[in-house]
Unconditional design. Structure first.
Length: 516
């Protein structure tokens, strides 16, 4: 056989794989790893489990009973793919995704109406992620500047925490936590250097908060390199602004008094605009296809949002000592996302169409112990955000509660500021809220069009089916149906009260509080 023909035949499988959609290639990587590790994989989730998962992930709420019935009755083979596309096109998608990225990027540091609008509008038009990151880091885009302005606030006599800002940029945009590198090279992660922290810090050290209410950010001129020294060696070193492992930005020199493109004005309290802006420099240099860390970080975080764990986990510790569970999958996602011009809907759609995303949360047959979460062999439980829980409760109960109830959900379920919301963490505070909050318990009264009112009107034997479908997006087991019916028959003289207790029991269940 001619060598050229043989070479073509050998390369044919590679060409064929490259031609497959991204979700097919991702599954092939995970399947190959599972076979190599001898890890049994769960089969596909049933329609109810997939439906609830997708609605929570892309619309931020559970489906209504009519929406669930329509999907479950649909016999078309491509109904899951169609549902993903429909959810990405729904009006709930931009607001929900704005909320998810707000938590991801601000970690409960605070809220701002212009920031919320910026994120919501961005997801509504499917703004490229590199453009959104550029706006956040540049500090001169209304709304997006809140990412910096909130971190440039200071309280009382406390100085601005530039170190925390530097750390957050490294963590949230590069997937690398340089917190321990401010004063010396990292003691346990060889790749994390003091020069990395200091180079990032040099971009932000002259940034300042101009107007907290308007989230306006300004800069003082950067005219020279920053000096620093390790606490161990005390040898002075110098750095200009620089991305970790990258070249230093050249700092242009101007005649004194000529540093500003727009001079400061004390009368109007305008800080001016320097000709050389370090914030503009990092906005241009960090969020690019050439910056591998930028692409790998965001696809890893989106994988976490949808599957409950990052390919690299913890999310902000990308380094050789903490490698990806599936290196080829992370590289493929990063490459294809960059090729797609950082199209977030493309990324969401392709991950959601994988078998990995659509896997059942039930263990495979004859398997009694879950595999390590890093294998993604069985769907993981994902904590619902406080916002998702609020929306799911109001959707299930068919009520329109007062705005104050959402604030109560946030107080009961949201993490403290700067605590990443990555794990399911039951708390006494949340349990007491579910049990005692008067406004929440008021949703269980038989008000017009409410779930309780609807269930009260049904024959007793039909209550269980409607109850479970509405709240858990599945039908009850025979045992659950029998238990429900027996309970209602026992309290037949107080049916509304009994129905309210059943609704509360399912809303308070672990099954309702997580996405499987």
């Amino acid at each position: 056989m001619p060598r050229l023909t043989l070479a073509i035949l050998l390369l044919a499988p590679t060409f064929a794989l490259a031609a497959e959609p991204l979700h097919v290639r991702l599954d092939a990587i995970l399947d190959t790893a599972a076979k190599a590790n001898g890890t049994p994989q769960s089969g596909p989730a049933d329609d109810g489990e997939f439906l609830r998962r997708a609605w929570l992930d892309f619309a931020g709420r559970i489906p209504t009973a009519p929406e669930a019935r329509a999907f479950l009755a649909d016999k078309s083979a491509d109904k899951r793919a169609k549902l993903i596309d429909e959810l990405l096109a729904k009006p709930e998608y931009p607001a929900h995704m704005a909320g998810r990225f707000h938590i991801l990027l601000m970690e409960r540091l605070g809220d701002h109406a212009d920031w919320t609008k910026y994120l919501t509008d961005g997801f509504a038009v499917n703004a490229p992620w590199d453009r959104m990151a550029h706006d956040m880091l540049g500090g001169d885009t209304p709304g997006a500047s809140f990412f910096l302005s909130k971190r440039l606030e200071n309280y009382g006599q406390q100085p601005v925490d530039y170190s925390a800002l530097t750390r957050d940029v490294g963590r949230l945009f590069l997937g690398k936590n340089f917190q321990c590198c401010e004063c010396h090279d990292h003691l346990t992660v060889d790749e994390y250097k003091q020069s990395h922290f200091q180079g990032l810090h040099a971009y932000f050290k002259n940034a300042m908060l101009v107007d907290a209410k308007a989230a306006r950010v300004g800069e003082k001129p950067t005219t020279a390199k920053t000096s620093y020294a390790s606490v161990f060696t005390m040898v002075e070193m110098m750095t200009a602004p620089a991305l970790p492992g990258g070249k230093m930005v050249e700092i242009p020199q101007f005649t004194k008094g000529q540093e500003y493109a727009q001079p400061p004005d004390r009368k109007t309290k305008n800080p001016g605009v320097p000709k050389f802006r370090t914030l503009a420099a990092i906005a241009d240099e960090l969020p690019t296809a050439a910056n591998r860390d930028f692409s790998r970080n965001i696809v890893n975080r989106v994988w976490f949002l949808l599957l409950g764990r990052g390919l690299v986990h913890p999310l902000d510790l990308h380094h050789a000592g903490n490698p990806p569970s599936h290196p080829a999958a992370l590289d493929l996602l990063a490459d294809e996302f960059a090729k797609a011009k950082f199209d977030l809907k493309f990324l969401f759609r392709e991950i959601a169409r994988t078998r990995a995303y659509q896997r059942s949360s039930l263990l495979p047959n004859e398997v009694t112990k879950p595999a390590d979460a890093k294998h993604f062999a069985t769907a993981l439980e994902k904590r619902l955000s406080a916002e998702q829980l609020f929306a799911a409760v109001t959707t299930a109960t068919g009520t329109t509660p007062p705005a104050t109830l959402k604030a109560k959900f946030l107080k009961a379920y949201a993490n403290q500021a700067r605590e990443p919301e990555e794990e399911v963490q039951p708390s006494l505070k949340a349990a007491l809220f579910l049990r005692n909050d008067v406004t929440l318990l008021g949703l269980l009264e038989p008000a017009p069009a409410s779930l309780v009112a609807r269930l009260v009107e049904l024959p007793t034997e039909k209550v269980a089916g409607e109850l479970y479908l509405t709240i858990l997006t599945r039908l009850p087991s025979a045992e659950e149906a029998a238990t429900t019916t027996t309970f209602l028959e026992k309290h037949g003289d107080k049916k509304a009260d009994a129905v309210g207790k059943l609704v509360w029991a399912l809303l308070a269940s672990a099954e309702f509080g997580v996405n499987h």
